[in-house]
Ligand binder design. Structure first.
Ligand SMILES: *Cc1c(COP(=O)(O)O)cnc(C)c1O
Length: 377
């Protein structure tokens, strides 16, 4: 059996250890310290955002944002349907009511038409939570126009899209708040971690307070608000500082992987790659995904099994939230009354291909040969 090929695994350099060593040498292991401050500054500079709170996970960042939005029991929140459950879980933590919004075919992200229909049905909605799936920016102009028209705050889940831009502006900066993840398989990783970003200084200050147990500035342990232990540690932040130095390199490598697949499958009409707005957006190409024509005899499962049999990791598209048993009973809004669900269609016809930045030319050839042979090439 050939060497194992990963979907998207951590890629470390030497710099991470330098930053960690500094933390050890100064015995500034936890919590907070110079690496946390440095990571927040350097991340903020990269994204072009004024305020950053480094946290223990992307999910923690989303949870803090949901708290900032003031979501309370029964409040309606309009959420992306096709995403990882972590996008919407924090709304449920605060007992909000999720309404799932279908995707559109052009970027696989929240459909502006479906969003508009959802607001007509739920004019009392409190906020919109949307994701940039697999590193591809959503239709930001259209979504923001609707949010502004109805005065709805936007929370942008940019966990998968660090470094991606839309009309030259970094994702994560379009909403009132933006959330990032540095989980093990993301484009850069701190082993586990996240960040919340915003132009609102007071909001980020509040998040730092909540995420360190809401301790009031008194000598005794005084708490007026519920606290959380969500802050990033100084060791973990050191890994992040080292990884940030390689983010642009990772984006270039991921882009090359996407283009290699696209070229290799260009003579197979049944295969298309995950689409993006080539004129206005520049994805980070976190994961390369393929979509198989409905009428084709080859199904995503066939491709996944064939690759797995050769020690090659791949995975299905995120299963839409409206199909998840845990969210049974939540409403789901499509772009029109046809009953067709774009997110369900993408889930059924798509899969994620190995997109590890360490993939060699030989690795790519191995993957491509297996996939092509399934399609009789
Ligand atoms: C990874 C991910 C998250 C969660 O990040 P964690 O750091 O694992 O908590 C949230 N949303 C999306 C879309 C993700 O892919």
């Amino acid at each position: 059996m050939g060497k194992k090929i990963y979907l998207s695994s951590p890629t470390m350099y030497g710099e991470e250890q330098q930053f960690i060593k500094e933390a050890f040498d100064t015995n500034w292991i936890a919590p907070l310290g110079a690496n946390v401050d440095g990571f927040e500054k350097e991340l903020g500079k990269y994204i072009g955002v004024s305020h950053v709170a480094a946290l223990s996970a992307g999910t923690a960042a989303l949870h803090m944002a949901v708290k900032l939005l003031g979501i309370k029991s029964g409040d309606i929140v309009l959420c992306s349907d096709l995403t990882f459950s972590a996008t919407v879980n924090p709304v449920a933590y605060e007992n909000g009511t999720m309404v799932f919004i279908d995707s559109e075919k052009d970027t696989w992200n929240m459909s502006p038409e479906a969003l508009r229909r959802a607001i007509k049905k739920y004019p009392q909605a409190k906020a919109v939570v949307m994701v940039n799936l697999y590193g591809t920016p959503a239709k930001m102009d259209e979504i923001l126009e609707i949010c502004n028209e109805y005065n709805l705050p936007l929370l942008e889940d940019a966990a998968e899209s660090l470094g991606a831009t839309y009309k030259g502006k970094q994702t994560g900066r379009f909403g009132k708040y933006g959330a990032f993840s540095f989980n093990g398989n993301k484009i850069i990783t701190t082993s586990g971690g996240g960040a919340l970003v915003s132009e609102d200084k007071e909001a980020i200050k509040k998040v730092r307070f909540w995420s360190t147990q809401s301790r009031e500035p008194a000598r005794h342990y005084q708490h007026k608000e519920l606290g959380y232990n969500y802050r990033m540690s100084n060791v973990v932040a050191g890994i992040g500082r080292g990884q940030l130095l390689h983010l642009d390199e990772h984006i270039a490598l991921k882009k090359a992987i996407y283009e290699t697949y696209k070229k290799a499958f260009s003579d197979i009409p049944e295969i298309t790659m995950n689409p993006f707005d080539e004129k206005n957006s520049s994805p980070n190409f976190w994961l390369s995904c393929m979509l198989i024509d409905e009428k084709c005899k080859v199904k995503p499962l066939d491709v996944m099994v064939a690759l797995e049999n050769e020690n090659i990791e791949c995975r299905p598209i995120w299963k839409p939230m409206h199909m998840q048993p845990v969210f049974e009973g939540c409403d789901y809004i499509t772009a029109d009354d046809s009953g067709l669900s774009a997110s369900e269609d993408i889930f059924k016809r798509g899969l994620c291909l190995p997109s590890d930045v360490k993939n060699t030319k030989e690795d790519m050839d191995r993957i491509i040969t297996i996939v092509r042979s399934l399609f009789g090439k």
